[in-house]
Design a protein around this ligand. Structure first.
Ligand SMILES: Cc1cc2nc3c(=O)[nH]c(=O)nc-3n(C[C@H](O)[C@H](O)[C@H](O)COP(=O)(O)O)c2cc1C
Length: 310
């Protein structure tokens, strides 16, 4: 059998395979170069970039939890100016499509950052991190459908080149409502999911850890919820709308990745697992390729959403 075609399409961008890194878990790329052959990745997603640099929350900012971790980094990042001046050029040398994750606290912030990032030719696409509260009303963009639709449509107007990916928050009652709002606002793709809100208490000091008070739970513990949410959005909205999903949440093996693909994801991202084994995305790519070969499948096309009906 000829070598299977691992490539997948996200918006107008063809990725050589469906495996990306998840935002915030491997900086802007160069930091990870000693640990992984980055050019083999389907794509690389940067840490969130905000208009101004952010130091983030006071340490400690990460703590282990059963089956995962809890982080309250607080969007520590270099800010738009430094990203444009140095990080964008560094990222362009990674040999894989770069998706820049953008965060903000007002629609104006998002629009400014997205407009600037969209002008960088080496950037393949933009991922909107919408798990941030809006400064004007305190509502979180990703949990208020009307606000989310406004945000996405305003950003859509300035993003002219690559795909606009909207990263959904799982911290909602019905994720299909925000998924629909993102698509109506003009999203070319959805990525899902961001972390679940969580809390851990040190019973000795009686203080919460991380020090911020609460944080986002990621890793294997959230995988079943993430798969359920991907399948729900795929089967109820995204498949009919022709909008691809990048699935994430606890992926640490090719079998995990395949579960997400069967649930409806076109591509997958790996985050927390990188802290355990930095080159695991490459093993996932090899494992998926071996699966296609073993099952004599020419590509992933017929696997996306192929979970059997109950
Ligand atoms: C330490 C850490 C930092 C993160 N920072 C960001 C971030 O800056 N922007 C973002 O959109 N998601 C961020 N995330 C969320 C991940 O991109 C991903 O959505 C989530 O962790 C679920 O995937 P995982 O279980 O494979 O880590 C972060 C996650 C972790 C663990």
């Amino acid at each position: 059998m000829p070598k299977p075609d691992l490539s997948v399409q996200i918006g107008g961008v063809r990725l050589k395979n469906p495996v990306l890194t998840a935002s915030g878990t491997c900086g802007y790329g160069r930091e990870y170069a000693p640990y992984m052959e980055l050019s083999r990745l389907g794509g690389f997603t940067t840490k969130s970039v905000t208009l101004n640099p952010r130091k983030g929350n006071a340490p400690e900012r990460i703590v282990e939890t059963p089956g995962g971790m809890l982080n309250a980094i607080g969007l520590a990042n270099v800010g738009l100016k430094t990203f444009m001046a140095s990080k964008a050029a560094e990222a362009a040398t990674l040999g894989t499509p770069i998706f820049v994750n953008v965060a903000g606290h007002s629609i104006e912030d998002y629009v400014k950052v997205c407009e600037a990032v969209d002008s960088v030719e080496s950037v393949a696409g933009i991922e909107l991190n919408v798990s941030c509260p809006n400064v004007s009303d305190g509502l979180t963009f990703g949990t208020d459908a009307a606000l989310l639709k406004d945000l996405v449509s305003e950003v859509r107007a300035v993003v002219k080149r690559g795909p606009l990916i909207v990263k959904l928050s799982p911290n909602v009652t019905d994720i299909t409502v925000t998924a629909r709002a993102a698509i109506e606002g003009g999203a070319d793709a959805l990525s899902m999911i961001n972390t679940f809100l969580g809390m851990k208490i040190d019973i000795r000091t009686r203080r919460p850890v991380p020090a911020y008070g609460w944080g986002g739970v990621s890793g294997p513990a959230i995988k079943p919820m993430a798969i359920y949410l991907v399948h729900r959005v795929y089967s109820q909205i995204a498949r009919a709308a022709g909008v691809p999903i990048i699935g994430m949440g606890g992926i640490g093996s090719w079998q995990d990745a395949l579960e997400f693909i069967l649930a409806g994801a076109t591509a997958v991202s790996v985050g927390t697992a990188l802290f355990v084994q930095p080159n695991v995305p490459l093993e996932i790519i090899d494992g998926l390729e071996a699966y296609l070969l073993e099952h004599e499948l020419p590509s992933f096309e017929e696997l996306v959403g192929a979970v059997k009906p109950v």
